[in-house]
Design a protein around this ligand. Structure first.
Ligand SMILES: [Zn+2]
Length: 326
């Protein structure tokens, strides 16, 4: 990231969303903005690094950013695409966690359990979020305390985007759960469907028929895997429902790191090996593997009016989605 920040002719605007204390000094939480600056433009938010140990999420975002920056030099079709879409890259939401090689932020809080939202049923012990101790993983923070600084920075960003954008998608990159690459959508706090389930189903169908050879993604509600308290995207979605301009689809990419561990069990002895591909060829493979999905989300957003269910067929899409997933 520093390499780009030093560049005079960076083709993106850089915003500092927050300054996060490390204990000694402060680290910036950066957002890189590309494309049409009109806030009504369909917008895609790519984020990563919520969990400091999941470095690969940040690297996947940076790799795609690098591709776009370099294409801007020569690819005029990208220029015209960027007239119709706005991209916000937030590659590293938890800079102190990454610096200190831990999942949580400086206060021991897991930012994905930090939202003021409780699960409706039972959650898995610890993993579902708890308030026992900040020294244990998945700590939610103290009850009745405001969310953490990093959380509030993302909240401000998402709220300002969805208030004006005609259409919004966010993709937050994680790693570490399961053998497959999964794309999750809300909710995590309840097994009930979210309001835009029909639109989500339409997006899934569009991806499946456009990219049939990318069938390795399992696309489903997070609650089918496990439920949690305090999910950031549940909260941001629910909290903006009444104040948004258009459809908002918050997605989480959960890269299945058990696959990398299975192929190379020795990486279990590497501190970050449970969450990241270690061997160079596998690392490179993961960096390129998700570029098609990211490019698809960009194009689907720019052209949302060509595939998004209209008023008259919205109910039909909802029924199909519920039959399929619930
Ligand atoms: Zn994660």
């Amino acid at each position: 990231m520093d390499r780009w920040l030093e560049q005079d002719n960076l083709p993106a605007k850089v915003h500092t969303l927050a300054a996060v204390e490390t204990g000694k000094d402060c680290l910036p939480l950066y957002c890189f903005e590309l494309g049409n600056p009109d806030p009504a433009t369909p917008t895609v938010i790519f984020s990563g690094g919520v969990h400091g140990v999941e470095r690969i999420g940040t690297q996947v975002i940076l790799a795609y950013m690098n591709t776009l920056f370099n294409r801007l030099d020569w690819d005029e079709s990208l220029d015209s695409l960027l007239q119709r879409v706005r991209i916000l890259f937030v590659p590293l939401i938890n800079p102190v966690g990454m610096l200190k090689r831990r999942r949580s932020n400086i206060n021991g809080v897991d930012l994905m359990r930090n939202a003021p939202i409780d699960a409706t049923g039972k959650v898995p012990l610890f993993l579902g979020g708890h308030r026992i101790s900040r020294h244990l993983p998945w700590y939610r923070g103290k009850r009745d305390e405001p969310p953490e600084r990093e959380f509030c920075a993302i909240q401000r960003l998402v709220e300002s985007v969805v208030a004006e954008a005609q259409f919004t998608i966010s993709l937050d990159c994680h790693s570490g759960f399961g053998h497959r690459d999964q794309v999750w959508f809300p909710y995590a706090y309840t097994p009930d469907p979210f309001d835009d389930i029909g639109e989500m189903f339409a997006l899934r169908m569009l991806f499946r028929r456009t990219h049939p050879s990318y069938s390795f993604y399992l696309i489903e509600p997070q609650s089918r895997n496990y439920t949690t308290h305090g999910d950031m995207w549940d909260y941001l979605y629910r909290n903006t429902l009444a104040r948004r301009k258009g459809v908002y689809l918050p997605l989480t990419l959960e890269m299945g790191s058990w696959l990398w561990v299975k192929k190379n069990p020795l990486q279990l002895f590497n501190a970050l090996g449970v969450f990241n591909p270690v061997l160079p060829h596998r690392h490179e493979r993961v960096l390129r593997r998700h570029q098609c999905l990211m490019e698809f989300l960009l194009r689907a957003s720019a052209n949302f009016s060509n595939w998004l269910p209209g008023h008259s067929d919205r109910r039909e899409w909802m029924h199909q989605a519920i039959d399929y997933w619930y």
